[in-house]
Each structure stands twice: as C-alpha cells, then as structure tokens.
Write a protein that binds this ligand. Structure first.
Ligand SMILES: NCCC[C@H](NC(=O)CCC(=O)O)C(=O)O
Ligand SMILES: NC(=O)OP(=O)(O)O
Length: 316
C-alpha cells in the first residue's frame, strides 16, 4: 500500500483485516520489518488512542517514532496557495511537509475539519498537500472527512463478535452532543461497512443526513426504535449536520442509547470510537454493561495500525 487515507487506498480489504487479526495473535512476528525506518506522527488536534496505538504499532514493527503537536509546537501554518504571507502564519504547508518528508519514511497526519466551510473541509486541503509535498507515504490519523484507522479497527471488532450464520445487521445511530462534531467517524464507518458484507442501517433525526458519497448501500431510518429492531451491532456516534453544515440542529432528547433501547436489538453489541461523553452520548449502564465493545475497539486500534504500517513498509 502507498498511502492510507480511506478504504479506497486498500488494495484488498479482506487481506488487510485478516492480517490485522493475525498480528493480534502474534504482534512481534515482524519486529525487524521497520528497522532503520522512521514514522513521524503530526497532530493538529488532540488524540489519546490514535497517538498511542500508532506509536506502539510502529514500535512492534521495529520502527523509530517522532511525534509533533504541530498546532501547538510548530510555526503557524499557512494552507492557502498563492497568498502573501504578511499576517500571522509563518510557514507554508508546502515547506513544512517537504521538510518533514526529509526526516521521515512515513508520515501520519491528524487534521480535523474546521466546520466553517463544507467546501473547504471536504476538499481535504491539509491531507492532500501533505501527500503532494512530503514525498513519502501518508497515513491518515483522522482527517476532515474520514477516520480509516478507526474504521479498520471497527471492522475487526465486528468480525470478532459477529453472530454465526447470519449477515450482521449494523445500526449506525446518531447520538446527542452539546457542540458541533465532525462527520468523519460516521462517514468513514459507513463507507467501510459499504465495502463489506453487512446490512447497514443509519438512524438520525431529519437534517443529519450524511453525504451520499459515504452511505451507498445503506438504508436510512428516521425512527431509532425501528432501526434498532434485530440489530447485532449498534454503533453510537454524534455528528453535526452536513446539509446545514457544521450546525447542531436538535438537542436529541431520547436519542441516547440505554438498556431499554438495547432490549429492542438481537442481543446487540454496542460500539463507540471514544472519547465518549458519558450520560450524554451514551449511558453509563450500557458502556459499563456486558454488551459494550468499546475496549475491544480500543485494543484493535493497535493491530489495525500495525497491519497498515506493515503493508506500507512492505511497499517502500
Ligand atoms: N478521534 C475520535 C473522535 C474525535 C472527535 N471527537 C471530538 O471532537 C469530541 C470533542 C468533545 O466531546 O468535546 C469526533 O467525534 O470526530
Ligand atoms: N478514537 C480515537 O481516534 O481516539 P483519539 O481521538 O483519542 O485518538
């Protein structure tokens, strides 16, 4: 694999999932593959899981890792092409990415959407410029529109917990939040599910429709109780509106998943990428209950990252 920024970069999805599950059983099998190779992890936004799991994944493969919180520790970055830089930005992304490419064999980038302009966010300016100017493979650590490392870990988790002899019914449900949150985790999850053999139902209040670019093959059900019927997996996530871009349209009373709602499912399991606002997005009882897969997902982040890095290293 060259870059890893979406499911479309994956040459064979089944091989990648199987590889990740195999690495979970034998994490140190390829501990010299990354010898003398350096991974740079660049963060424009906070992270716990992505930062630590990707760093650990690289260490398991024998790589050296450098981490930089570019938003706080670097020079103020300009992303617009052709502007006269007589304001507050100090260096252009072209020069910053180019320089980082001199020190790293692979670069991971986290760059959230600003949720001001849909056109700007969905153009994936930062990610695209890194690809263009770093001159090395780029690994998305969550970009403006997608979170592919999370989606791979989620797919592993579904494979490990799927019912026997049944095409799993997966429900992606919108959850309440107090502030505008990106669509990227939901976009990416829907897109990955669309590339595998599951029945995907997406449920949310009207106005929260995701871009159809990501939801091909999914059905939309505005009634959450109806959507939950017979579900094997309930993936909980808040997102702000794509149509009325970046807006919170409703408080979403009665949308939080509780044990009572889970009773509508087929002994369904609950998933969330974390971090989660307990008691707002998802109830304590469900998160702490026997059907929660959130720690399973967090664990799988390590092997998802390791499988992706292994694939990129093999093609360097
Ligand atoms: N990397 C995982 C999710 C990141 C982000 N969550 C957040 O921004 C949470 C912020 C808060 O709860 O204040 C999201 O949902 O897209
Ligand atoms: N799930 C996830 O990406 O978590 P972090 O934002 O903490 O990396």
């Amino acid at each position: 694999m060259k870059h890893f920024t979406s499911v479309h970069d994956v040459p064979n999805l089944e091989t990648l999932v199987q590889d990740a599950l195999a690495l979970k059983k034998a994490p140190y099998q390829h501990k010299t593959l990354g010898e003398n190779k350096t991974l740079g992890l660049i963060f424009m936004n906070p992270s716990l899981r992505t930062r630590l799991s990707t760093q650990k994944a690289a260490m398991n493969l024998g790589m050296q890792v450098m981490v930089m919180n570019l938003d706080k520790e670097g020079w103020a970055i300009e992303t617009k092409d052709g502007v006269i830089m007589n304001g507050t930005t100090v260096e252009h992304i072209k020069d910053a990415a180019g320089a980082m490419g001199q020190y790293c064999d692979i670069i991971g980038l986290r760059s959230f959407p600003k949720l001001q302009s849909r056109e700007e966010d969905y153009a994936e300016e930062m990610l695209t410029m890194f690809k263009q100017y770093a001159g090395v493979p780029i690994l998305s650590l969550e970009s403006a529109t997608r979170h592919p490392l999370q989606s791979l870990a989620d797919l592993m988790t579904i494979r490990e917990n799927a019912p026997q002899n049944k095409r799993p019914k997966v429900v992606l449900t919108w959850a309440p939040h107090i502030k505008p949150i990106p669509q990227c985790v939901a976009n990416s999850f829907a897109e990955w599910m669309g590339n595998t053999d599951v029945e995907l139902v997406i449920t949310h209040p009207e106005g929260y429709e995701l871009s159809e670019e990501f939801t091909a093959g999914a059905s939309i059900e505005y009634n959450q109780d109806k959507a939950l019927a017979d579900a094997d997996f309930v993936y909980v996530k808040n997102w702000s509106s794509y149509q009325d871009y970046g807006k919170v349209l409703s408080a979403g009373e009665n949308w939080m998943i509780t044990n009572e709602k889970m009773a509508l499912t087929n002994n369904g399991k609950v998933m969330h990428c974390l971090p989660v606002r307990r008691g707002l997005e998802l109830s304590y009882e469900v998160l702490d209950g026997p059907d929660s897969l959130v720690m399973n997902q967090a664990e799988n982040r390590l092997y998802a990252a390791q499988a992706v890095l292994k694939s990129i290293l093999s093609d360097l």
